[in-house]
Design a binder for this molecule. Structure first.
Ligand SMILES: NC(=O)c1ccc[n+]([C@@H]2O[C@H](COP(=O)([O-])OP(=O)(O)OC[C@H]3O[C@@H](n4cnc5c(N)ncnc54)[C@H](OP(=O)(O)O)[C@@H]3O)[C@@H](O)[C@H]2O)c1
Length: 261
């Protein structure tokens, strides 16, 4: 069975489908014939546009729901809404990330870190992954099969200026992925992380030294360019397909070869 044919007709739930990497994943899965339930935070107009565009281009059902990953318990109601629209859930991708005011005290130099910002990043990265995955797993259990992915970043392996709050929580979520994999395997559910090097998105533009990161990444990569959101989307499709049936508890690093240099 090809990657595409094992995705077709299945349903993906993903957080943060309106921009960057989440949007690229939503398009990749819809192109492969998957139905999509994606969340947005504030950008309802973009969510509406994406859903209409996908349904007009591909023979799939697409719905969107509001979620704030700083209030992970919201996932319980979001999944109840998803239940009304879709018969089953096959894949869950925890992708959304916070930025701006909520990361103040978490995004910055070590000596400036503060509890509130650090705790917010933990809530949005690790706790939201856990609560979303619990809800997804309850539904996947009924099919005896499922694939869960957390989107991580190589900022937990290499130094990125101001990134300690995010980097440490990406390390934590990768460890949580391994714990999830160890316990959800008996339900037929695989849990993995896809970890990206610097990818050209709004989140990266929010970095004060975006231009420098862009130039440095291209210099470090043997492939001589920065990452694109689509670079991570293909890996997610593969990990959700039957081609990855014995892959669980892993982090797939997609960094254009930058981490080794
Ligand atoms: N960019 C990179 O260099 C890079 C590299 C490796 C890994 N990653 C990871 O990839 C994932 C996506 O990053 P990105 O660069 O694509 O981000 P992005 O372009 O900033 O998009 C963020 C997404 O999250 C949603 N969001 C923002 N605040 C939220 C909140 N409080 N509650 C729920 N959803 C919220 C946004 O929705 P609205 O549009 O409605 O606000 C949007 O859909 C993250 O986990 C990030 O750590 C990024």
């Amino acid at each position: 069975m090809s990657v595409q044919s094992s995705i077709k007709g299945k349903t993906l739930v993903i957080s943060g489908g309106t921009r960057g990497i989440g949007k690229a994943i939503v398009y990749e899965f819809a192109d492969a014939g998957a139905n999509i339930a994606f969340t947005y935070h504030t950008n309802i107009e973009e969510a509406k546009k994406i859903a209409q565009d996908l349904e007009s281009k591909y023979d799939v059902k697409v719905r969107y729901y509001q979620l704030n990953i700083l209030e992970p318990e919201m996932y319980r109601d979001v999944f109840k809404e998803i239940d009304k629209d879709f018969d089953e859930i096959n894949f869950f991708i925890s992708n959304a990330i916070i930025s701006g005011r909520s990361v103040v005290g978490g995004y910055g130099k070590f000596m400036r870190l503060k509890p509130k910002g650090l705790n917010n990043i933990y809530t949005a990265t690790v706790v939201a992954f856990v609560i979303g995955s619990q809800e997804a797993a309850k539904r996947m259990q009924k099919n005896g099969k499922g694939s869960i992915i957390s989107i991580s970043s190589t900022g937990n392996l290499v130094y990125i200026q101001n990134y300690s709050g995010h980097g440490t929580n990406k390390a934590a979520v990768e460890a949580m992925v391994r714990y999830g994999a160890a316990e959800l395997g008996e339900m037929g559910i695989r849990v993995n992380a896809v970890s990206g090097g610097p990818i050209d998105t709004d989140a990266l533009k929010a970095f004060t030294n975006y231009e420098e990161v862009k130039t440095k990444t291209a210099e470090l990569s043997p492939l001589n360019r920065m990452g694109k959101p689509e670079d991570l989307a293909g890996a997610c499709l593969f990990l959700c397909s039957e081609k990855a049936d014995w892959i669980t508890g892993q982090t797939l690093i997609i960094d254009g070869g930058t981490t080794f240099k």
